[in-house]
Design a protein around this ligand. Structure first.
Ligand code: TYM
Length: 334
């Protein structure tokens, strides 16, 4: 079967953007049955900026709980923590030697995160996309579901696969397809519809966390930024209305509809009526996840067992692919 790989960083809270752009679609792909699915907590990516060690352990386990509470079944999917499958880091070193400095320097995420003081950024932050390419290609994964913000990294993954194949005259690594689909591939801040919803936004009101309780979710939606007009009846009517568009995209994402289908239902409504409807839907979909996450977090030993088993299953795939890679590039003993 063709294989899917995707990952999420265990750095801080999961939010609605992670859920609609990634997690929910991971679950859909798992249940579709077309693909073998591998999902990963990328703790080695998280440490490209400093993480408090105790918090990193907690966030990794909580992320694992978030995957399971959202519907990832560790029997159907391979669920892993990156550092427990050492072939990711090993292949990343090879890719560090395939990728070019110039490619990395053009990554917008690098430019955003390193800011003006690139000299003080970690070397790992610069090399981040080579590790991401290794995550994917160490499984020979062909499809990668992500939100829109990961598109450039996936193009680089393709460039690395192509260059490796050319450099060594092989047809070994697949050229991966990004899977960016659905109504909510870019969920925006509830306080500013031109900014991405993100875990690093200092305002907690800008995002809905998967750990928020029902009252908090409803309150954040009630306070979300809007404009004074009624909702249009077609998606084109949202073009110049970023805040309205964001709330409609969220509604469509949560109700498994396209934006036009959602507008057929809610077009013409004023925000005074639409917001409670959206809040009700969000609570209905998200509150059970939050409850299940905290239940799972009561037994972290079970979470650790799941991750240990996932790593064993993963290594049945990754060890042979790494060995073949080493052989292709001329390492003795492979
Ligand atoms: P991360 O941890 O920032 O985000 C995890 C996933 O959530 C999506 N996402 C969003 N989608 C819609 N709207 C938003 N506001 C929003 N914010 C985040 C992201 O697009 C992503 O799909 N580099 C990756 C992690 C990674 C990875 C990989 C992904 C490491 N190796 C290999 C795929 C394949 C990252 O930092 O995602």
């Amino acid at each position: 079967a063709p294989r899917i790989f995707s990952g999420i960083q265990p750095s801080g809270n999961l939010h609605l953007g992670n859920y609609l752009g990634a997690l929910k679609r991971f679950v859909d792909k798992q249940n579709e049955g077309t693909f073998e699915t591998v999902y990963c907590m990328v703790d080695m990516h998280a440490i490209t900026v400093w993480q408090n060690p105790a918090d990193l352990k907690h966030s990794t386990r909580e992320l694992c709980a978030g995957f399971i509470a959202s519907g990832i079944d560790p029997e159907k999917s391979i669920l892993i923590n990156q550092s427990q499958v050492p072939e990711h880091a090993q292949l990343a070193w090879v890719f560090n030697c395939v990728a070019r400095m110039g490619w990395m320097g053009r990554m917008t995420q690098w430019k955003d995160k390193a800011g003006k003081n690139a000299e003080a950024a970690s070397l790992g932050l610069f090399a981040y996309p080579a590790l991401m390419a290794a995550d994917i290609l160490v499984y020979h994964a062909t499809h990668v579901p992500v939100g829109e913000d990961q598109k450039q990294h996936l193009e680089l993954t393709r460039d690395i696969a192509i260059k490796f194949n050319n450099d060594f005259g092989v047809d070994f690594f697949p050229v991966t397809e990004p899977v960016i689909e659905g109504a909510a591939t870019r969920v925006m801040s509830l306080r500013d519809g031109t900014k991405k919803m993100s875990k690093s936004d200092p305002s907690d009101a800008s995002r809905i966390n998967l750990t928020d309780d029902a009252d908090t979710i409803a309150k954040k939606i009630r306070k979300a930024k809007t404009d004074p007009d009624a909702l249009p009846s077609e998606a084109a009517g949202l073009a110049e209305r970023p805040d309205a568009r964001n709330l409609v995209n969220i509604y469509a994402g949560l109700s498994d509809q396209t934006v036009d289908q959602a507008l057929a239902e809610v077009g013409g409504m004023q925000f005074g009526a639409f917001k409670p409807k959206l809040a009700e839907l969000a609570v209905e979909r998200l509150a059970p996840i939050s409850t299940e996450m905290s239940r799972l977090m009561d037994d972290t030993a079970e979470i650790d067992r799941i991750l240990a088993r996932g790593a064993l299953r993963a290594r049945e795939i990754t060890a042979p692919i790494l060995r073949q890679t080493y052989d292709i590039i001329g390492m003795v003993g492979a």
